[in-house]
Design a binder for this molecule. Structure first.
Ligand code: FUC
Length: 806
């Protein structure tokens, strides 16, 4: 890796490298995944390497998973709950920890890579004589590679993933005298066959395993972790076609070659047979071959320009709703490649407000690119995965990661992109009834463990040997169901609430029936505090206990949200009364001997005081029942918890902490932690002495857990919005956690609870003017510059409020 400081002067002299503040740009092709640029239409996606002679797009379809629909648990294990509870009553925590493993079922399935499109320009002279450029313009969702050869010919490639046309389109152009010459090949780690269609289209038919195990499951060697079966599992068809009117196109040895002409368009379509979480993908699968064919035929009937312009306007309709200006970056810095900017930003105290705003907007770009498939939310890597055995199966982890993906959906004005998750909750609510009964003996409602997959698996994992600190947790339903109320709170969409309320109520009913009475209050038994452990007096670490603060917090929020939903809809008065009475009896928060929020029933020492999870702070964020105004001591204890956890964590944890500090009104710490999230991290396979590891941000601005997980990107984006606007159903707070570093700025298009859209212009840290709009009309109290104003808007009204000079 080059020394970035030495590179500053040289790079700033590169003409035209800077192309606007919403462009990521680089001066060389990607060598590693963590340098490559991701594009996606919410279903089909690619990681683009932009190689000069050999280009690679690693392809994904968000519906390509191993496995088959859930069959539910064969055994009823709920009889084991009593034993764990008895051991806990006897304070035999080590015994309870062991017994807790008897409440575990199978693991989730794995998300699979589709394959690679390899574009080989060979010796045809695409090699750069200088001026290599690789970039991703997130204001349009188009990636570009440009290179030049000696005779002045410039080659440009544009890559996009179109939602309106359901294809990936690549345009390759030569401007000069030297015509194009390249060949295309496809490879995949999945079983597949290549055939030809319509003379010059490459067709790849393949399938995923009917079952697989996670990479970390030691009982089965990696080579046996995938069970392939020609007659079971999700099928796919990929079609690659080229439109190059002035060229000769030929097929040989499984490759397409294109020679002559100055312009070519490559189209890729893909469809899988996945037809819903409960449908057999073979016997009741989608007509995937016909769909893949139709999509490429329709796109091939259009010019690249038509596909591009439909894509850009569709994308901008979503992306363009929010603008953010945090100030200007020094010209010499912003002309540097994005990875070098990130490194400089990490290694010095250099300010780079455009990079900070770019990271915020990149999270919105990623949500638009990965969350547009009904019932299939963005997974642990959004949708970009190259591995057959990806870290944590690239699945849905519900003790933080899946939910964090959706934190920016409402406040950064992308509510329709929340729907894949909200529909997925419906699938979980269906399967989770069986889990509630067979694992926990609870007859009402539904529940979910800490993992799920495209089949909406709900059981706790571990096969009887999983460590309870992560495997034995059943609050996934309670946590996820609060997203239903949040979507309503921001949109005031009553029809939505009426349709999804049963899932929220079902999650709450499970919680009510799972509670036990302990020392006169209600709490859970057994419970864990993801994924931390406490130390027994003999120093032994254990996770299984009764009465964990995070269980109580999630149940509290779930019952509050379910009650609010029932009241809004004017239904279920009996349930409202039941939820209210449980809320009154729920175990209260406690402050421990260190002044922090107590994580467990007893004030035990944590086995990892700097643990990445901080689930006991759930009520502060993403929940909203710990508030500085109504619970000041508890809020202070949350602050103390964060101080004790320290500044270093994984990407997602760091993103979470930005939001937590924002809720505490501590803009300086929120900003410090945001900078920490933007810490430069080297690609995982880079092995130089100067490699930087840990949680932060890779050169391509994807989040480093590490390895890559997308949740930190989304947490960071939500966190910036949270620093600028906070809201309840009755109040909106402007600039509640503005750091001194963002002295002057403006934001437009953020959303607030109560159905409002908010814009702010600020100077010297104070609001100069605010714009507040409402589609449905409503009242709120606007708090800014130490004062507050009551606002009432008619449907469709937007009002501008000028602040009096302070
Ligand atoms: C939880 C976290 C890990 C990781 C995994 C996907 O188990 O504790 O750090 O993010 O999910």
């Amino acid at each position: 890796m080059r020394n970035v400081f030495a590179g500053v002067a040289i790079v700033s002299a590169t003409v035209g490298a800077y192309a606007g503040d919403l462009v990521m740009h680089y001066d060389r092709p990607a060598r590693y995944f963590e340098e490559a640029l991701v594009i996606g239409n919410g279903k089909l996606g690619a990681t683009v390497y932009g190689g000069i002679e050999d280009d690679r797009l690693s392809l994904n379809d968000i519906t390509l998973w191993t496995g088959m629909p859930e069959k539910g648990s064969e055994n009823d294990l709920s009889g084991n709950v009593g034993k764990v509870r008895r051991l806990l009553d006897a304070e035999d925590y080590a015994g309870a920890e062991n017994a807790n493993k008897s409440l575990q079922g199978h693991y989730s399935e794995n998300y699979q890579p589709l394959g690679n499109l390899r574009i080989s320009y060979g010796t045809s002279g695409h090699g750069a004589a200088g001026g290599f450029y690789r970039g991703l313009d997130i204001s349009e969702a188009v990636a570009t590679t440009r290179s030049q050869v000696e005779d002045g010919t410039a080659y440009t490639r544009e890559y996009l993933a179109s939602s309106p046309d359901s294809v990936i389109a690549i345009r390759v152009t030569a401007s000069g005298n030297r015509p194009l010459e390249f060949s295309l090949g496809f490879d995949s780690q999945l079983p597949h066959e290549v055939s030809w269609r319509k003379g010059s289209e490459m067709v790849i038919d393949g399938y995923a395993a009917a079952h697989s195990y996670p990479v970390y499951y030691g009982a089965v060697p990696d080579s046996l972790k995938h069970e392939y079966d020609e007659d079971r599992g999700i099928r796919f068809r990929t079609i690659v076609g080229v439109d190059a009117p002035q060229s000769r196109i030929a097929m040989s040895d499984g490759r397409l070659t294109v020679k002559g002409g100055l312009e070519a368009t490559i189209l890729i379509s893909n469809e899988t047979s996945f037809n819903g979480f409960d449908k057999d993908p073979v016997r009741s699968g989608k007509d995937y071959k016909a769909i893949a064919g139709r999509n490429i035929d329709n796109a091939a009937a259009k010019s690249f320009e038509e596909i591009r312009s439909a894509h850009v306007s569709d994308y901008k309709r979503l992306f363009g709703r929010v603008s953010l200006d945090l100030g200007e970056t020094d010209r010499r810095i912003r002309e540097m490649p994005t990875d070098m900017q990130l490194r400089l930003y990490t290694d010095s105290l250099q300010s780079n407000p455009e990079l900070e705003a770019l990271y915020f907007q990149f999270g919105r770009y990623l949500l638009i690119s990965s969350s547009r498939t009904p019932g299939v939310p963005a997974n642990l890597q959004g949708l970009w995965n190259e591995k057959l055995l990806p870290p944590w199966s690239c699945n849905y982890t519900t003790n933080i990661n899946l939910e964090e993906n959706y934190w920016p959906a409402e406040n950064t004005n992308l509510p329709e992109l929340h729907m894949p998750l909200l529909d997925f909750i419906g699938n979980l609510a269906t399967n989770g009834r069986d889990t509630a009964r067979k694992f926990y003996g609870v007859e009402r409602g539904w529940c979910l463990g800490h993992n799920s997959d495209i089949w909406a698996m709900t059981n706790p994992v571990g096969l009887g040997a999983g460590d309870p600190m992560w495997a034995s947790w059943n609050m996934g339903g309670a946590w996820l169901a609060s997203h239903i109320w949040e979507h309503y709170a921001y949109t005031l969409d009553r029809d939505f609430l009426a349709r999804y309320y049963p899932y929220l109520k079902g999650a709450a009913e499970f919680c009510i029936d799972w509670l036990v009475e302990k020392d006169g209050v209600l709490t859970t038994s057994p419970g864990t505090s993801p994924e931390n452990r406490f130390l027994l007096p003999d120093g032994h670490p254990v996770a299984t206990s009764y009465g964990t603060t995070s269980d109580n917090a999630m149940i509290r929020q779930c019952l509050m949200d379910a009650g609010a939903a029932a009241k809004t809809l004017g239904v279920d008065s009996g349930f409202i009364a039941e939820a209210d009475s449980v809320l009154r009896r729920l175990a209260p928060y406690r402050i421990g001997k260190k002044g922090s929020l107590q994580e467990w029933w007893h004030d035990w020492e944590e086995s990892e005081p700097a643990h990445r999870h901080q689930s006991h702070l759930y009520g502060l964020y993403p929940g909203n029942h710990i508030r500085r105004d109504s619970m000041p001591e508890i809020a202070d204890a949350c602050h103390r918890t964060l101080e004790l956890r320290g500044p270093d964590a994984t990407g997602w944890s760091t993103g979470w902490r930005v939001n937590l500090y924002s809720r505490l009104g501590d803009g300086e710490m929120a900003y410090t932690i945001y900078r920490r999230l933007l810490k430069y991290i080297s690609p995982d396979e880079y092995v130089g002495d100067d490699a930087v590891r840990g949680g932060g941000t890779y050169p391509n601005l994807l989040d480093a857990h590490s390895p890559f997980q997308i949740d930190g990107n989304f947490g960071g984006t939500a966190g910036v919005a949270e620093m600028l606007v906070q809201s309840t159903m009755t109040d909106i707070y402007l600039l509640p956690a503005l750091p001194a570093q963002w002295r002057d700025g403006s934001v437009a298009g953020l959303r607030a609870r109560g159905g409002f859209t908010v814009g702010i212009d600020w100077k010297n840290g104070a609001v100069v003017s605010a714009t507040i709009g409402s589609e449905k009309g409503g009242c709120t109290k606007l708090h800014f510059n130490g004062t507050s104003v009551d606002i009432e808007l008619k449907p469709g009204e937007t009002r501008r409020i000028n602040a009096l000079p302070r």
